[in-house]
Design a protein around this ligand. Structure first.
Ligand code: S3P
Length: 180
């Protein structure tokens, strides 16, 4: 058993972090928090607009401050953006403040799931497949290094993946309530 005040989902775009995260939060009676959504609410602008006006570096800065603000809390299911693990300070915070579930997805499954996506700035280009391979090569070791638990979501619906995780978490994650 590994005690932690939050459950944190990491993994690439299209892994199902938001979909599975909502379901898991309900099953464990946790507050569902989506870091990208919190950034959008704080900035009053879409992720695409933030990338356009502040660049990726500006977005990463907002991601860093939002993640730190959210992870100060407890009893939450925190769904992170695919690139949140790039920053060493984010990684240290994620490791310190949660039990970390890595949702893995292969590039072919990502391409299928994200085929109609228009909201992710990194994918608005013709060489999506190459981009996704490059991101995976760079980021997969970071996801693996942080993960307390990994699930490959390729062959699962969100409901099935959630059911698998509920079973695994029951034996691996001990909820830590610091106010208790
Ligand atoms: C990003 C992933 C997105 C979002 C932004 C950048 C990335 O989140 O944070 O578009 O760098 O992989 P999701 O992983 O929730 O799609």
């Amino acid at each position: 058993m590994n005690p932690a005040p939050n459950l944190i989902l990491i993994g690439p775009m299209g892994a199902g972090k938001t979909c599975i995260g909502r379901r898991l939060a309900e099953r464990f009676t946790l507050d569902f928090v989506d870091v990208d959504q919190a950034i959008v609410e704080a900035a009053g602008a879409s992720i695409a607009d933030i990338f356009e006006h502040a660049g990726e570096a500006g977005f990463r800065e907002q991601e860093r401050t939002t993640l730190a603000r959210l992870l100060a809390g407890q009893g939450q299911l925190v769904s992170t953006g695919g690139g949140a693990v790039l920053d060493p300070a984010n990684r240290a915070l994620i490791a310190a403040r949660g039990f970390v579930v890595h949702l893995h997805v292969s590039v072919p499954a990502q391409l299928e799931r994200l085929a109609r996506d228009k909201g992710r700035p990194l994918l608005q280009r013709p060489d999506r497949e190459q981009v996704l391979h490059d991101l995976a090569r760079h980021r997969d070791p970071l996801y693996q290094q942080l993960a307390d638990l990994t699930l490959d979501t390729d062959l699962f619906t969100a409901a099935d993946a959630t059911a698998q995780l509920v079973v695994k978490l029951a034996t691996h994650w001990q909820r830590q309530d610091l106010t208790a």
